[in-house]
Design a binder for this molecule. Structure first.
Ligand SMILES: Cc1ncc(COP(=O)(O)O)c(C=O)c1O
Length: 394
């Protein structure tokens, strides 16, 4: 055991020496655009709280009322004695929100992805995946026995090549993130859907960074690209825009969802979603439709920040997503910039290799509908001040 402990300690030292240590900041207030931390007050620009609903009073109230009406926990998986009326209601509500036939809840989108591919694909099939897809898709694909193909990021020629190479397979399934979390790029779903139609392949979209706020009414990237009826399966999370607690789901064709209920391992062998999260999830979807100005505010805030940072001379990866990467390149300067921003009360995170390619280090900012224009303007002013100090802008 001692030699194993020495090895673990050595590995930890290596992580620290390489500058890859992930430190967790301790928040002492509810999640929001403005937070208290153990280091002081900060404006928060790095949460996935896209609609500002994580601590919304009506969501908190819905969660509280579920404690009274449905208790704290279910102490069971769904098929034994873990299904309540509200679990069924949330599944129906998600299906109607996204115009799909049926939905299955998971305790996370990681689990939704882990349980999908193995359930519906076998050795006679092929899965074709964007090279920058989320880790949970990569792990889910690893668990299944289908042939694996990987296409260059959003490269339609390469995707078509993979479809041609797998032409003899029984079922081909193309899977992509709807919005890629490291740079906020949207997958070109109109083109991907066209290729899937032409080659008779199933299209799966993980829309974790889009459900609730991308597209005219927040239905996500399929709505943004006008292909809602051409995406076969959507996986997504309740842990970002949709209240931000935890929970995930897979939604799509009835037969697929039923197969998942019968066979998907993270569903069959893991506990039910807590009732308070379920009732709060229902309320979130009601609020998105009852108050469409929230989705609109997310768009306006994003535009305001992107324009302000561009005018201040920063190199911003272009796009429409509230994930806004400030491209810096050099790893050390990126980390210096993130630390200086944090010291001045703007909570942002620097990403460097191996999370992003070498020489493409960046600060990832996430804009929320919960930010006020003043908060965004203040962040731009602090970015400009720190950027000048570090010689990044003039
Ligand atoms: C694209 C994508 N899929 C899945 C997940 C996992 O979601 P959850 O937190 O619900 O497990 C994430 C979260 O980082 C994500 O960005």
């Amino acid at each position: 055991m001692f030699s194993a402990r020495d090895r673990f300690a050595e590995e930890l030292n290596g992580i620290e020496e390489a500058g890859l240590w992930k430190k967790e900041r301790v928040i002492t207030s509810p999640q929001g655009s403005s937070i208290s931390t153990s280091d002081g007050e900060a404006l928060n620009f790095c949460a996935n709280n896209y609609l500002g609903l994580s601590s919304h009073p009506e969501i908190v109230q819905a969660a509280r009322s579920a404690l009274d009406s449905h208790g704290f926990g279910m102490s069971s998986v769904r098929f034994i004695c873990g299904t309540q009326d509200i679990h069924k209601q949330l599944e129906e509500r998600i299906a109607s929100f996204l115009s799909t036939e049926d939905t299955i809840l998971y305790t996370s989108c990681f689990d939704a992805n882990a349980g999908l591919f193995e359930t519906i694909l076998g050795p006679e099939d092929a899965v074709i995946s964007d090279e920058l897809n989320h880790a949970s898709i990569i792990d889910g694909v690893r668990l299944c026995k289908a042939q694996r193909h990987r296409y260059s990021h959003c490269d339609m020629k390469d995707l078509e090549k993979c479809l041609q190479e797998s032409a003899s397979c029984r079922t081909r399934l193309v899977v992509t993130d709807g919005a890629f979390s490291m740079h906020g790029v949207l997958a070109p779903l109109d083109k991907i859907a066209e290729l899937c139609d032409r080659h008779d392949a199933i299209l799966v979209v993980d829309d974790s960074h889009a459900t609730g706020f991308i597209g005219e009414t927040g239905r996500g990237t399929p709505e943004y690209f006008g292909v809602q009826d051409r995406v076969d399966i959507i996986t997504s999370t309740l842990g970002k825009a949709l209240g931000g607690a935890s929970g995930g789901f897979t939604t799509g064709h009835r037969e697929i969802i039923e197969l998942l209920r019968q066979k998907s391992r993270p569903y069959l062998f893991s506990n039910t979603l807590a009732p308070s999260i379920v009732l709060a999830g229902i309320r979130v979807l009601e609020l998105i439709d009852a108050e469409p100005e929230r989705v609109q505010k997310s768009r306006e805030n994003t535009k305001h920040f992107r324009e302000g940072m561009t005018a201040a001379g920063f190199d911003i990866a272009q796009g429409v997503h509230p994930i806004v990467p400030i491209m810096i390149g050099d790893e050390r300067r990126t980390m210096d910039m993130a630390s200086a921003m944090n010291e001045k009360g703007i909570f942002v995170v620097g990403f460097s290799y191996p999370v992003v390619p070498k020489g493409q280090a960046r600060i990832r900012v996430q804009i929320s509908a919960g930010h006020s224009v003043d908060q965004i303007d203040h962040a731009i002013a602090v970015f400009s001040e720190v950027g000048r100090e570090l010689g990044l802008v003039s």
